[in-house]
Design a protein around this ligand. Structure first.
Ligand code: KG4
Ligand code: ZN
Length: 343
């Protein structure tokens, strides 16, 4: 079975072809991605209307590229999967529209996929895939959640952010420091030149006793420090602030992940979503989990941020288990807001 995956929920157009047999982990045949970062950079964030229009331009050329790289053609596709939500409504409609049109034209079934389920399962495409059950730390631009994952489709929410997401905390802090968009990677690069102990920033909800997160207060603390430093803040102080901010976010993510492992008694942690690319987070998690004889799994770096491979994979894994069916229902809708636990 070959599944074509189309991702268009935000600022990346991703298309991929995944192959799966009745059992075993599906494998990736090819994937292609177009990032809109350059286009949105001038505005300091994603402009939804521009995102939708760019997805329209990119999705078919990317599909052609993927099929050619996989030495396949349209007739080889068995199922067309697309991101149904959550995400930007207009952007989601582009992927859903193209996927359903393609399915209808080819007479092949289509299937809507939850974007976060794609992130959560993406480590299964890595060379050392995890086994169920595990704790998942989902850290993207819009979500910060800890889940207990017993199998595909069996997700129990353990805790989540009550305000900003971890990626948002990176992005908003970076923006205040004049580092551009997306801020996470830029802030992480600058942090390499700073000392994380320079600024004493809050670790929100660190000792709350539950597995929820809060990052809105951190953003305010960064703004306060920047105001204190004044308009002609030197590069070194900025680097110190970047390192301190990153450390505050990472420490909370690590502490809560360890608490989730302890409370569930599980020994495996899966980290997924864009912030999972952060090197400091990976270093700390690796070190702390090793001390506790726990394993940590990450997606391949190229599949940490949004991509079509994770969408095709999630569809294939659901189909393999018979917990979802792809149908000839081409009357698509999208779900800009969609709770993963309700999938
Ligand atoms: O999962 P993703 O690609 O998109 C969403 O579904 O939101 O995550 C994007 C987020 C952004 O907030 C971005 O700044 C952050 O992931 N990010 C990082 C790094 N790479 C991406 N944050 C910290 N360090 C990184 N290296
Ligand atoms: Zn994402």
């Amino acid at each position: 079975m070959k599944v074509l995956g189309v991702e268009s929920s935000c600022d990346e157009t991703g298309v991929a072809l995944v192959e799966a047999d009745a059992s075993g982990v599906p494998h990736l045949l090819a994937h292609a991605l177009h990032s809109q970062i350059d286009m949105h950079q001038a505005y300091g964030g994603v402009v939804p209307e521009l995102a939708s229009r760019d997805h329209i331009r990119r999705v078919l050329p990317l599909a052609k590229q993927v099929l050619s790289e996989a030495s396949s053609d349209l007739q080889d596709i068995d199922v067309v999967a697309y991101t149904r939500g959550p995400g930007l409504a207009g952007a989601l409609l582009v992927g859903a529209g193209v996927a359903c049109a393609l399915g209808a034209a080819l007479g092949k079934p289509v299937m809507g996929v939850h974007h976060l389920e794609g992130h959560l399962l993406s480590p299964f495409l890595a060379s050392d895939p995890p086994e169920f059950p595990f704790v998942a730390l989902l850290v993207s631009g819009g979500h910060t959640q800890l889940m207990r994952v017993d199998d595909v489709g069996q997700y129990e929410l353990l805790g989540e952010t009550i305000d900003d997401a971890a990626g948002e905390a990176f992005d908003k802090s970076a923006k205040m420091m004049g580092l551009g968009y997306p801020g996470g990677p830029a802030l992480a690069r600058l942090a390499e030149f700073g000392d994380a102990t320079t600024f004493d920033l809050p670790r929100p909800l660190l000792h709350s006793g539950n597995l929820d997160f809060s990052f809105a207060g951190l953003k305010t603390a960064v703004r306060t420090q920047l105001l204190k430093l004044g308009s002609n803040v030197c590069e070194q102080d900025k680097a110190h602030l970047a390192a301190s901010t990153q450390q505050a976010i990472v420490e909370v993510l690590v502490k809560k992940s360890l608490a989730a492992l302890k409370s569930t008694g599980l020994k495996r942690l899966v980290v997924a979503g864009g912030v999972g690319a952060n090197a400091r987070l990976r270093d700390m998690l690796n070190a702390e989990c090793a001390k506790r004889q726990c394993r940590v799994h990450y997606p391949e770096l190229a599949l940490c941020t949004d991509n079509g491979a994770m969408i095709a994979l999630a569809a294939a894994m659901r189909l393999q288990r018979g917990i979802a069916s792809a149908g000839p229902d081409y009357a698509f809708d999208v779900k800009p807001r969609w709770d993963l636990a309700a999938v």
